[in-house]
Write a protein that binds this ligand. Sequence first.
Ligand SMILES: [Zn+2]
Length: 175
Amino acid sequence: MKWTHIVIHHTGAEQKNARQVRDYHRRLGWRDVGYHYLIERDGVVVPGRPPSMRGAHCLAGGMNHKALGIALLGNLEERPPLPAQTAALQGLLRRLVREYRIPPANVLGHREVPGAATVCPGRHLDLAAVRAALGPDPAPRYRVQVGAFADRARAEALAARLRAQGFEAWISGGS
Ligand SMILES: [Zn+2]
């Protein structure tokens, strides 16, 4: 899987722990819980399905194929996330955007995905603040030098691939 986005959810219900969410999703006949990470009330991060498996958390925008899914336990439409959950979310996001080179602008709440008709992850989760806490966009800007490739088409293919991943990339050199 090539992860270019992260989608944040709440579970929408006050489950006791991640195991309850997993059991629920399995009863739906899914192979595993739909999210890649769950964040319990005390801020413990519980791995969900492995990152090598496509998600089952956001059909809109084709995100199941593009985005790692994180869910905070609870109904954040009804109550704010607990401080330990927010801290854990930020720590996890910081690690994931670095590891997968995901631009903070591609860290979205479920409801922000075009086509998603949902309040998830709830009005009490301030998504702009979550992104701002990831700092300025650390995504490198790429200059793809044509001279490094056999031909211009290959340089352009690489630049297009980088752009598809959310990076800024342009071509220099060649004719
Ligand atoms: Zn959601």
